[in-house]
Design a protein around this ligand. Sequence first.
Ligand SMILES: NC(=O)c1ccc[n+]([C@@H]2O[C@H](COP(=O)([O-])OP(=O)(O)OC[C@H]3O[C@@H](n4cnc5c(N)ncnc54)[C@H](OP(=O)(O)O)[C@@H]3O)[C@@H](O)[C@H]2O)c1
Length: 301
Amino acid sequence: MTAEIIDGKYISSQIRNELSAEVASLHSKTGNRPGLAVVLVGNDPASATYVRNKGIACDEVGITSETILLPSNSNEEDVLNTIKDLNKDDRFNGILLQLPLPSGINEDSMLLTIDPNKDVDGLHPYNVGRLMQGSPIFIPCTPAGVQELLLRSGYDPSGQHVVICGRSNIVGKPLSALLSQKLKGANATVTVCHTGTKNMQDITKLADILIVAAGRPNMIDKEMLKPNTIIIDVGINRIEDNTRKSGFRLIGDVDFNSVKDIARAITPVPGGVGPMTIAMLLKNTVQSFRNMHNLPDEKLI
Ligand SMILES: NC(=O)c1ccc[n+]([C@@H]2O[C@H](COP(=O)([O-])OP(=O)(O)OC[C@H]3O[C@@H](n4cnc5c(N)ncnc54)[C@H](OP(=O)(O)O)[C@@H]3O)[C@@H](O)[C@H]2O)c1
């Protein structure tokens, strides 16, 4: 048996097509387009690439976007003032602060300044609290992308034992809240593993759906799975590869070759969760525009 590939690139392109049509319809109704402001502090090359890709994705679906570039020697006040200006700027109904920030700038206090109604990354404590209570406004993009990947591939987490490796604020924790809710598309039994977990393989072997977001290349191999597990590999790790012009390639947290003959389905890296994260950012930006114009999403009514 060879695992089915859950193709995030393809699924995300379907979502972007749906969003293009939605943005066109919203534009004809309101004369306006959703707008996303991305704040990038410093010149970290990986962050610059992510931000560029987000801009391209916005263009593709008709969302107006602008990147506000702050120099790497910016201080907290510079970042705070930029965010406060964007909170008041009607051109933008979404604000994204690209993380990580240069050292010396406290991420939590910067995120706290973003207007929760424009927090399309879903990381403001207000939005995190709403998610915990089961009435989210914006679901953080990577967890939302994972849920969407599962649902659109026919793997509804309801009633399944989902094991998540990783408990970060941007992936593991919100994902465990999202998938354990008593709601459609969720309703799973969720176990979260981390560096304090003893005998992790005893737990991963119980997973019907295993989601790995640890940032440890090839951490999961076939010895850690039961047959027919559905695997979502969130990890993105750069490893040296002299055969590539760039000198590196990207791999996940799951040893793909080891698990491919025992797993039922798996996301590739790249081309799995990554493109979904961007698609969910676009989706949240459109949702924010709807909220601000009091235009409920007909699909949700
Ligand atoms: N595809 C995407 O769009 C996307 C988006 C976000 C992140 N990512 C990738 O996902 C990975 C995780 O990102 P993150 O921001 O969540 O990372 P993070 O903040 O570094 O958190 C990693 C989590 O994994 C746990 N962990 C690390 N090593 C472990 C081990 N050996 N056994 C069990 N648990 C372990 C840590 O446990 P402790 O809490 O005990 O330290 C922590 O909770 C990274 O590779 C990142 O690049 C991808």
